[in-house]
Design a protein around this ligand. Structure first.
Ligand code: ZEM
Length: 288
């Protein structure tokens, strides 16, 4: 008895979690016909990205490791508006799998979203250790949708990404939509916002984008139907020649996009995390 008790208290919590089971449980939470376009996948992916995208490679601060995104003030930064929807949806799984860290739960939810909505397999490792509110990252580390290529580069170079990785990551904007009560922007990027595709690139190139006529923040709509949108920052991927070269490649070649996205996204989820040496690398199978 003494021995087994001691064993348990010295086994790190991350080793006591059935991650394939958590994957399945997250997947079961995706669908809800009454929410948005019928899936929580896009907002789970945005949560994983915002939990990770605060990383600063010079000071080695931020990133998903401490999962400070769940604490105020970081949870209340403007960029994170609406992400409580995803956190609330995932909370029962923290109760069901108490040994998983929030950092592992939220990043795994991003992996599940990408894979279950038809995207590539994303390699993932557990072992993030949650931190307290005093370690929240400062506001302003996530990209501002109103700005252009220079700003986008400043933000992603700070994380340690290059142009090809940035162009691949923004392809996530095939999924989901903008909400006026979250970011102020409005609408989806394409007609299938719950399928992971290369449509961000094809729509960006194939349409004529015109400023939306409304009293909301400056954004673009496709001239033909007016049904789809682009953020000013999205348009930078069409106008900036170095970004555009990748956009053209990913529009032509969905396999190339999937491969580059999988690598860049796996890297994003690991920024600033010091994994235990024996943390296994998972490649989860999608459910049928
Ligand atoms: Zn987004 N993103 N993003 N993004 N994003 C929104 C929505 C989503 C930018 C941005 O300002 C916004 C990446 C990069 C960048 C997703 C994933 C990823 C919204 C709308 C805005 C304003 C939020 C709302 O109103 O609900 C900018 C400026 C980016 C860089 C240039 C990267 C990288 C992502 C993942 C890898 C996703 C999935 C959504 C849709 C969320 C939803 O709820 O439908």
């Amino acid at each position: 008895y003494m021995y087994s008790k001691q064993q348990d208290s010295t086994t790190p919590s991350w080793k006591k979690v059935d991650y394939a089971g958590v994957y399945k449980d997250i997947a079961a939470l995706l669908e809800d016909e009454n929410y948005d376009d019928g899936s929580y996948g896009p907002v789970f992916l945005r949560l994983a990205w915002h939990a990770s995208g605060t990383y600063d490679c010079k000071s080695h601060t931020g990133g998903s490791s401490g999962c400070t995104i769940r604490h105020a003030p970081e949870s209340e930064h403007d960029a994170n508006a609406g992400l409580e929807v995803a956190r609330r949806r995932l909370e029962p799984l923290k109760k069901k799998h108490p040994n998983i860290s929030y950092g592992d739960l939220y990043t795994l939810a991003g992996v599940v979203a990408v894979q279950e909505l038809g995207g590539p397999t994303v390699k993932w490792r557990p072992g993030r250790v949650d931190k307290q509110a005093v370690e929240c990252t400062p506001d302003g580390r996530l990209p501002d949708a109103a700005q252009g290529a220079d700003h986008v580069r400043d933000i992603f170079y700070r994380m340690g990404f290059g142009d090809q990785e940035i162009a691949a990551l923004v392809g996530a904007h095939a999924l989901g939509r903008c909400h006026t009560d979250r970011s102020g922007y409005d609408g989806p990027w394409n007609a299938s916002p719950t399928a992971f595709t290369n449509f961000f690139y094809t729509e960006l190139l194939d349409n004529t984008w015109v400023p939306k006529k409304w009293t909301g923040p400056m954004q673009f709509v496709d001239k033909q139907s007016g049904a789809f949108m682009m953020l000013p920052a999205d348009m930078a991927f069409k106008t900036d020649p170095r970004f555009r070269a990748y956009v053209e490649r990913y529009a032509r070649d969905q396999d190339a996009f999937f491969a580059d996205f999988a690598n860049a996204f796996a890297k994003l989820l690991e920024l600033g995390v010091s994994f235990p040496e024996d943390a296994p690398l998972y490649r989860f199978k999608t459910l049928d």
